[in-house]
Write a protein that binds this ligand. Structure first.
Ligand code: NDP
Length: 345
């Protein structure tokens, strides 16, 4: 089968569109004929190499995929060949105490499929295998491209805002990167909970999309001062929640924008990990700093219900052929993408 593979870290040039063996399934696994896979920023982290994490080579990235079940293992009962499915990319043992509680991300065997798996075990290929637990029915109202664009950013943003930060009606929520993958989901999740998203982005085209998705306010960070605008919008009070994933470049502003007793929830650090926190603000303003990572399957299924009802919509920038994965990653690194890029078969 064809796949996008790399065997060494580097720029987009290390990605090769090449032939590799088709995956062979075990009794509890499902083979999927992939129709579309979604590009995520973790594709870029894996290709570049991430401090403290070894990427298994040869590597196929891709943590989001939508397709048709081609074959099932002898023990699989939940799907059959021909079913249309999307992948839930949080892999865990399924039997330990953490898994039993639904805290799959605390399982010692927790892995993100298409990022920490391998060799040759990800979505940017013609076929892929995953445990039967890790497929869910594709929402019938979405194309494969639309379905592949959503899962990872949808369930991550859902867990961050709903399970961790527990947003409430009326909350002001500052959403960094509101035109990005996570941000386009976050804005819609805020709207769904009657919270007021303050969308931040680097250009007006991204802010226009954020507005269409339900942002209550917009800030163009390339020509406006984010902290000043937040003060104006919230009548000097500050926001209830900051939706963080940018890290070093935005962290101090995020802390500055919080109301007393407010909450930052973060899942990433696109701009760097060494963010500075003046801990005087932490105790004086009694702030809450929350980490969040991926989600469990119940959170994913809960969020998907709102996709099926049309309340949360996909935001696709462009669909490219599979062999253009390098171009997709370059566009993500250049910050040009609004929403998501998907790779079609
Ligand atoms: P995208 O590339 O789709 O969006 C990132 C956004 O960040 C861009 O739209 C850009 O917005 C904004 N941004 C980049 N640099 C800066 C900066 N210096 N200052 C302000 N904003 C900036 O990525 P995703 O939304 O998919 O993911 C974001 C991060 O979250 C990644 O690092 C990813 O690895 C991580 N992540 C972590 C997960 C987890 O479970 N731990 C799951 C999913 C993602 P603009 O320039 O318009 O302001």
């Amino acid at each position: 089968m064809k796949a996008v593979v790399f065997e060494e870290h580097g720029g987009p040039g290390v990605l090769k569109y090449t032939d590799v063996p088709e995956p062979v399934i075990s009794p509890n696994e499902v083979l999927i004929k992939i129709k579309a896979s979604g590009c995520n920023y973790n594709d870029v982290w894996a290709r570049r190499g991430m401090p403290g994490m070894s990427v298994i080579m040869p590597h196929i990235s891709g943590s989001d995929a939508s397709g048709e079940v081609a074959e099932v293992g002898s023990e699989v009962k939940n799907v059959k060949p021909g079913d249309e499915v999307v992948v839930f990319s949080s892999l865990s043992c399924g039997v330990c105490e953490a898994c039993a509680r639904g805290d799959v991300f605390f399982c010692r065997q927790f892995k993100i499929w298409g990022f920490q798996t391998g060799p040759l075990d990800g979505g940017h290929a013609e076929y892929a295998k995953v445990p039967a637990f890790n497929v869910v029915p594709k929402p019938a109202n979405l194309s494969h491209e639309q379905a592949a664009s959503m899962p990872l950013v949808l369930f991550t943003a859902w867990r961050m805002l709903v399970s961790r930060a527990k947003i409430k009606p009326g909350d002001f929520v500052l959403v960094w990167g509101a035109g990005g993958g996570l941000g386009t989901m976050a804005v819609q999740i805020c709207r769904l909970h009657n919270a007021r998203a303050i969308a931040v982005a680097g250009n007006d085209d991204k802010l226009e999309v954020a507005k269409q998705l339900g942002a209550a306010y917009t800030i163009n960070r390339s020509r406006q001062n984010v902290a000043e605008e937040v003060r104006k919008i919230t009548d000097r009070r500050g926001v209830d929640v900051v939706f963080e994933h940018v890290g070093e470049a935005t962290w101090e502003t995020s802390v500055q924008c919080l109301k007393w007793g407010g909450t930052i929830v973060t899942c990433g650090a696109t701009s760097g990990f060494e963010a500075r926190t003046d801990i005087r603000f932490l105790w004086n303003k009694q702030l809450n700093l929350l980490g969040s990572h991926m989600a469990n399957k119940a959170e994913f299924l809960e969020a998907l219900r709102f996709v099926e009802s049309g309340d949360i919509r996909p935001a696709i920038f462009i669909a490219l052929p599979l062999k253009e994965a390098g171009l997709a990653q370059q566009q993500m690194e250049d910050g040009r993408v609004i929403g998501k890029i998907v790779l079609s078969r």
